[in-house]
Design a protein around this ligand. Sequence first.
Ligand code: FO1
Length: 320
Amino acid sequence: MAAASQPVLALSGGVGGAKLALGLADVLAPGQLHVLTNTGDDFRHLGLDICPDIDTLLYTLSGRANQTLGWGLEGETWQTMTALEELGGETWFRLGDRDLATHLWRTRQLKSGMRLSAFTAALAVRLGIASHIHPMTDDPVRTMVHTDRGDLPFQHYFVRDRCEPPVTGFSFDGISAAHPNREVMRLLQRKAFGRVVVCPSNPFVSVDPILQLPGLWLALRESPAPVVVVSPIVAGLAIKGPAAKMMAEMGMGVSALDVARHYCQRYPGLMDCFVIDQSDATLAAEIGELGVTVAVTSTVMKSRADKRALARFTLQLSGS
Ligand code: FO1
């Protein structure tokens, strides 16, 4: 178990990752959780800077998340979208009236020269969040989804086209020139983290953009903190989102084993421990042959108690 005083670093995309981040925030001492968040889904829309995964974390960790939608704010209203529709404006990406304030304020502050990391930290404080939410980079990185209908910016693939176009691969525009989050790199260099938890987020569009930032995964591998990865695939299905569909379309098997293979092949030596759901227990031996410790538990997080239980589980595992 990480020493009680040592901070924990979680890598997360949006909805699925935020659930475990909430569990970790609950069971760690205030301020001990650092979440490094995907920004490959970010885009400019209607002139606004939209950062969906950062906002999902901000809203989830502050208790404001819309539980029904999985994104946006609880108790949201949609007057602006209705008015925009009347004007013949673009409404495929739905921005709630209250959520719009976040995008308006962020756009204004970034335009006046504030870094995304500084803005996010300030917003987290305003929302009463003790954990640290770090954008993976302050530089623009944009996930492109390669499909048989051409290359699509992530939100066009995900929201506008409802993940329908069959996927052939991914790329991350701007990644080779991007610098990983400075504060997280500084903490890694100081060997400050007691543990790294890769949340059950989509490996291809949520975790890969983070790990492929220049120098980041090697810094994680060199850090003494055990790296624990939670499988987003349970019994051959993604708990949320298109991960399983993407794997099938790219000709991969669709199982926790295939997720483990992806991480081991793309980032050799990074992962110490792989957490799978009890329904996948029969895969444990084969995953173990990849050279990682396999841990089996219930990974489906329906209640707050489930989130806390999985968080505690990931914190007490010893590395390989
Ligand atoms: N997801 C949708 O499926 N439809 C939407 O209209 C939509 C709007 C939206 C607005 C703000 C925001 O922060 C997130 C929003 N999302 C929407 C979710 C988001 O696009 C995805 O869940 C993530 O990018 C995937 O992690």
